[in-house]
Design a protein around this ligand. Sequence first.
Ligand SMILES: NC(=O)C1=CN([C@@H]2O[C@H](COP(=O)(O)OP(=O)(O)OC[C@H]3O[C@@H](n4cnc5c(N)ncnc54)[C@H](O)[C@@H]3O)[C@@H](O)[C@H]2O)[C@@H](O)CC1
Ligand SMILES: [K+]
Length: 518
Amino acid sequence: MQLTKRREQIEQIVVTAEQMREIEGRIFEAGMPVAALMEKVAGLITRRIQTLYPYPQTRRVGVLVGPGHNGGDALVVARELRYQGYEVLIYRPINKLKELTSHHAHYAESLGIPFYEQIQPLLDCDLIIDGLFGFGQTRSLEGNLADTVKQLNQLSQPILSIDLPSGIHTDTGEVLGTAIRASRTFCLGLWKQAYLQDQGLDYLGEAELIDFGIPLADIWAVLGQSPGLMRVTSSMVRDCLPLKRSAATYKYKEGHLLLICGSTQYSGGAILTALGARASGVGMLSVAVPDSLKPLLVSHVPESLVIGCPETPSGAIAQLPDSVNLSKFSAIACGPGLTLDAKSLVQGLMGVECPLILDADGLNSLAELKTIPTLIRRQGATVLTPHIGEFKRLFPDSAELLPNRVSAVQKASVLSRSVILLKGARSAIANSQGSVWLVPESTPALARGGSGDVLTGLIGGLVAQPATAKFPLDAIVAAAVWWHAKAGILAAQERTELGVDAFTLSEYLIPVFQDSRG
Ligand SMILES: NC(=O)C1=CN([C@@H]2O[C@H](COP(=O)(O)OP(=O)(O)OC[C@H]3O[C@@H](n4cnc5c(N)ncnc54)[C@H](O)[C@@H]3O)[C@@H](O)[C@H]2O)[C@@H](O)CC1
Ligand SMILES: [K+]
């Protein structure tokens, strides 16, 4: 389905609670009555509920109502569902309600909807709607409320959270003591940062944005024209990947990537990195490996130019052969399977002028060499692709900001003047100006040895292609991460989450864009 231009733009935006509050303030100040907006939002929610949980297959609905406007939304939804024939029961644990919420509560009561202060009557409902707390919550759930939430989390029936699962921090995704474990969440208006952090993922369930028509002008007024946080979308990816090439092109015009990877101990890493690069479509691929791995690489990736390198006694690359001219490559990716015995090789690469992508032992070597200041002096761009463990070793000062991955990666990128990809269930890609791309999708199928090697090759191959040079480097890296995640999702759909070994993953990269062929 073709998304509208507005929807595409809205889907790219990510806000903090403070920004959402400011945007909402502008709408109200401009004259939109709060009650009217609540009515509109709740109407949209009700329609989605009717589609997803139609009556009479879903008959009894339990609605959890908190004291603020999240509870207000829930009360309007409760009222509307009752009109549609559902049997509605309300759990209201806190009696002191905000004024508008209180009006809706009185009206719902007047309609004969039953209110309870205990959760028991709702436990056999077919569906639970969570309107306890919405965005901006910072207080922990405690006492009876926390016990109730724990009880609800044991239920097998679906729980639908309005805006955010109650108890989840809007920005960090942190669980504030206890939180509702939703099977589905409707995020209202704009994506909140919590949806793109790893911490709260097990609580968010299937997430969907309910666009209630916030004017783009109000969003830009608060976020600025180039916002600091951006969510990667398929249209952004398609815009910046070199999916179509000129009819008259030839191989040397489509980039030359050098991979430096592998050791006799970790020979598979080199193959997987090369297979990731292969899927990028890069014009020329050279792979530097220890001499004894040369036949292996040639047999798996016959199109690559394999450079056999002198080996250390442990089977790592001792150095690149003198015949290798580093200035002829359009990008270099280094690290998978290298081992720390190739540390001096990594140090020697700092002076290259083309973009340099460092992963795995490339990063561990950096951490041991304490060479972050060298990165700052590099002429060419640098991309670092750490997972959380590597990140902590490389940037102990920035790691103090964890578990807020966004702030941590922002700080590290500014510090190292590099593009940093912090890998995870929700990968974050920051540039040295502090802008961050967040990748909204992934699959646990990718939590597996070798999938990172495929990604490094893919990033390298994309960065090497001149067609990507007109886009910011961080956008290309973000697009590669999205592509890699989509391949994992596609492979898992066909083969289960257990069936996505790294080699298989590399074979699913191209099918992600199969619909682009026509
Ligand atoms: N932003 C927008 O433009 C819109 C927001 N709406 C709704 O409004 C919600 C935000 O409303 P509010 O700002 O009233 O926030 P909440 O609905 O989360 O309510 C906040 C109230 O809950 C209390 N509270 C928070 N944590 C508590 C705890 N652990 N124990 C006991 N009490 C606690 C607070 O003291 C405060 O009084 C959104 O999530 C959304 O559902 C919609 O109605 C319409 C549009
Ligand atoms: K909620």
